[in-house]
Structures are given as C-alpha cells and as structure tokens.
Design a protein around this ligand. Structure first.
Ligand code: SAH
Ligand code: SF4
Ligand code: F3S
Length: 442
C-alpha cells in the first residue's frame, strides 16, 4: 500500500471561502497530504460550505449524500464539513444526526485547528465537533496552498458589523476584525517575491478597514502602502460598502498606479423604501451620486454591483426604481439574486413575502436588461488597446488563453505559454456580454 495520503476540498460560496480553502489545503500539505482530484483516492475530504441563500445549503446536503459511498468503500476516509453553514445550530444538528458518515464538523472561527482536530479523530476514532460561537480575535496567519501562481487573495478584515436585514454573514463570520497593516504588507511583499503579480484584498466591507485597530488606519492608507510593494503589478479589492466609499478612496484608486480600475459596489435595490428596510445605510440618490463621481473621475473605470430582487414587501413600483437605476448608471456587470429568507435574520420574520413566480419574473427582467447593457458597453471597447494580465488556458478550450483587464473583464487571446503571469497589451477584436477577444500588440 502506498504511504502517500491524499486530500480533496470542495468549496462553496464566496472568495472568503475560497481563500479559507487554500489555507485548509496549506495545513493539510504541511501534514504531508497531497491534493487529488479523484475522490475515490482521497484519505480526507473536506466540504467548505456557504449559507448565504437556500440553494447554497441544498447543494451541500446533496453533496454530503453523494459522499456516503466513498466512506463505504474506504472506512478510514475522514469526511469533514466546515464553513459558514456550520456556524448555525440547525444545519449542524442535521448533519450530526442524519449524516453519520461525517467525522468532523468545524466552524469558520477555528479553521486553524484543523491539524489538531484530525489528530483527535485518528486517536479517538470518534466523531469530532468544534464550532466556536465567537472568534478569539483574528485567525492567525496560515500557510496557503494557492490555486494560482500569479494571483493571490489577502484577507484584510474578517467579519461584518452591518447587519443588513436579509443577510446571515454577520452571524456566521462574527464582528469586524482588521488585520494589522504590517502583517498585510509583509504578506504582500512575500507573495510578490514569490512571483505573484496581482493581489485581491478581501473583506465583507473593505472600506471599514482599520477602524478597530489599536493603531488606527484606513483602507486608503493601506492601499498607499501596498502600492509601494516591489514587483507587485495589480491590487484588487472586494467588497466595498457604498455607505463607506469615501472621496479619499476614490482619489487613491485614481492616483495609485497599481490599484485596478474596477469597483464592486453592491447596491441591492434602487428603491429608497427597500434600501431602508434592508438597513443599507444609504439612499438611491446618494448611491447614484457615488457612481457618477467614479465614472467622471476615472473615465473607463468599471463598476459592478449586486442586486436582490423580491425582498419582502417589494412592490412593482419599487422594482421599477431598480430598473431605472440600472438604465441610468449602466453597470459593467451585475450579480442578481432572488431574495432567500435566512433563519434568524429580521427580514425572514416578515409576513409580506413575495411570491416565487413574481420574484423569478423580476429576476429575468433585470438580467435581460443588464446583459444588454454589458454587451453594449463591451462593444464600445472594440478597437481599443487594453492591458491584460495573462492567467493561462481558458476552462473551455486549452488552445485559448485568458487574461483580465484592469477593469476586471475577461479577455481571450491565442495560446502563448510564455505570456502567463505577464502584463501585455492587446487590441480588442470582438466582444460579448461577459468576455472580450483580443490580439496581442507586439
Ligand atoms: N459584503 C458584501 C456581499 C456579501 S454576500 C456586501 O455587503 O455587498 C454577496 C451578495 O449576496 C450580497 O451582495 C447580496 O446581493 C446577496 N445576498 C446576501 N444575502 C442574501 C439573501 N438572503 N438572499 C438573496 N441574496 C442575498
Ligand atoms: Fe451581509 Fe450587509 Fe455585511 Fe454585506 S454588508 S456581508 S450584505 S450584512
Ligand atoms: Fe457564503 Fe459565508 Fe461567503 S455564507 S457568501 S461563504 S461569507
């Protein structure tokens, strides 16, 4: 029998989870495990879960059911489940009672305990559950097994204090905790020395970075420091809360050469009544003013957003306000979601829920409009020169290579292995709603 031990991690949810999975992988590699894509070969399988909407939960339960057969074939296999779903009592109970093949349940605040938890299972041959209700400060810096050689996530602030009335994140990720500036800058410098060209700063609300630090700082100041890191080419960040998007920050994005010209600024709704009930802390007028400012100050910058349709009590009039806002601001891209009640959040207790049929119909109207706008905006880029960071082969066709513009648009070019990880200029030849096609300028 081979001595080698293998792991696989299945990740759901947002970039925070993807980054956590890279850190879980980093710890497993340090323990001597190697990655495998074949689940039948794995000695440990981890599920990193998301609970943002109901369908995220359903997917996880489906997957857990599927994993049962691997355990039957290999009784020594360790199956673990962590992530945001495991910070809530109900799903933990359900997994513990109904999915007896799960050996380990762990929360988002204790991912750094993974090695101890695995040892405990091996020693006791028993199931282990460790979910902390509250974080004990910051999760310490952990080794990361990065997916990409050239791009890396850096977590700058954990948790969220905003309590938007529909959202489960503050309950499963805890209060806002910023990482000290020095530790972030050191990590960026280490990554850059390792060949990383692009970093993406992660937080549920990066704009409130630094408020809670003993030595107070701001997101703008952090960007200034990171811009000085040698060999780093691009700095991205997400997500920005519109309420905290300051003029100072806009100026930094404009003037710091490495900071990408893309801002993800989730609006959620165009109706003041709905925004108020969501507890978003800004009005439609304020938001429109912010985006127009961005578009005027940084011509060519891209702005993307998130929408929730069918929030409780959303009338046709309210929804039309969202449609008007989209027509006025012309986002480059938008993620559109159907409202999903999350147990424990204030909005889930409301009895004026919108019918599924109406929610779906609104979603379709919004998506259709946004697709058309994205298409039109990308068509205007045909003939222009764009700088892209080449990532590597595209998922669908290994003969086509993929890169990203500073404005976060995917651009395809002909295969050129020597360009991977490099910033190159391309001329845009054609464009669709979500992608561009370019030819290299040599
Ligand atoms: N921190 C970010 C995003 C967090 S979650 C922000 O404040 O914008 C990503 C997106 O999921 C949100 O922007 C929102 O559009 C959507 N979302 C969150 N909770 C939801 C729910 N209960 N139903 C539907 N969509 C939801
Ligand atoms: Fe959720 Fe609002 Fe926090 Fe974003 S800002 S994570 S939507 S509570
Ligand atoms: Fe989901 Fe947790 Fe992210 S709930 S969206 S994985 S913070």
């Amino acid at each position: 029998m081979s001595e080698n031990k293998y792991y696989n991690i299945i990740t759901y949810g947002c970039q925070m989870n993807e980054h956590d999975s890279e850190r879980l992988a980093g710890m497993l590699e340090e323990m001597g495990y190697q990655h495998t894509d074949e689940l039948e070969k794995a000695d440990i399988i981890l599920l990193n879960t998301c609970i943002i909407r109901e369908n995220a939960e359903l997917k996880v339960f489906g997957k857990l059911g599927e994993l049962k057969r691997y355990k039957r074939e290999n009784p020594d296999l360790i199956i673990g489940i962590g992530g945001c779903m495991m910070q809530q009592d109900e799903p933990v109970d359900e997994v513990y009672k109904k999915y007896r093949h799960v050996d380990l349940i762990f929360g988002t605040h204790n991912i750094h305990h993974l090695p101890n938890l695995i040892e405990k299972i091996e020693e006791t041959k028993d199931r282990v559950v460790e979910v902390w209700d509250e974080e004990e400060g910051l999760i310490p810096d952990l080794p990361s097994q990065r997916e990409s050689e050239h791009s890396a996530w850096i977590s700058i602030i954990q948790g969220c204090d905003n309590f938007c009335t529909y959202c489960i994140v503050p309950y499963v990720r805890g209060r806002e905790r910023s990482r000290p500036v020095t530790s972030i800058v050191e990590e960026a410098a280490r990554l850059a020395a390792d060949g990383v060209k692009e970093i993406t700063l992660l937080g549920q609300n990066v704009n409130s970075y630094g408020n809670d630090l003993e030595k107070k700082s701001t997101f703008s100041r952090l960007l200034e420091e990171l811009n000085e890191v040698d060999n780093l080419k691009r700095i991205r960040f997400m997500t920005s809360h519109p309420r905290d998007f300051s003029d100072e920050l806009l100026e930094k994005i404009k003037n710091l050469d490495k900071v990408a010209n893309h801002i993800h600024l989730p609006v959620q709704s165009g109706s003041n009544k709905v925004l108020k009930e969501m507890n978003r802390g800004y009005t439609r007028e304020y938001y429109i003013d912010r985006v127009k400012n961005i578009q005027a100050e940084i011509p060519g910058a891209s702005v993307s957003t998130d929408f929730i349709v069918g929030f409780p009590g959303e009338s046709e009039e309210d929804f039309k306000k969202t449609i008007e806002l989209v027509k006025e601001l012309k986002f480059d891209m938008a993620y559109t979601f159907i409202y999903s009640p999350r147990s424990g959040t204030p909005a889930a207790r409301r009895d004026d829920k919108i019918e599924d049929k109406v929610k779906k119909e609104r979603l379709n109207r919004l998506m259709e409009l946004q697709n058309r706008i994205s298409y039109e905006k990308n068509q205007k880029l045909i003939g222009t020169t764009q700088e892209i960071l080449v990532i590597g082969p595209s998922n669908n066709d290994p003969e086509v290579y993929e890169g990203r513009t500073s404005t976060n648009k995917i651009c395809f070019i002909d295969k050129r292995e020597d360009l991977v990880g490099k910033l190159v200029e391309v001329k845009v030849k054609s464009a669709k709603s979500w992608t561009l096609e370019g030819s290299l300028i040599e």
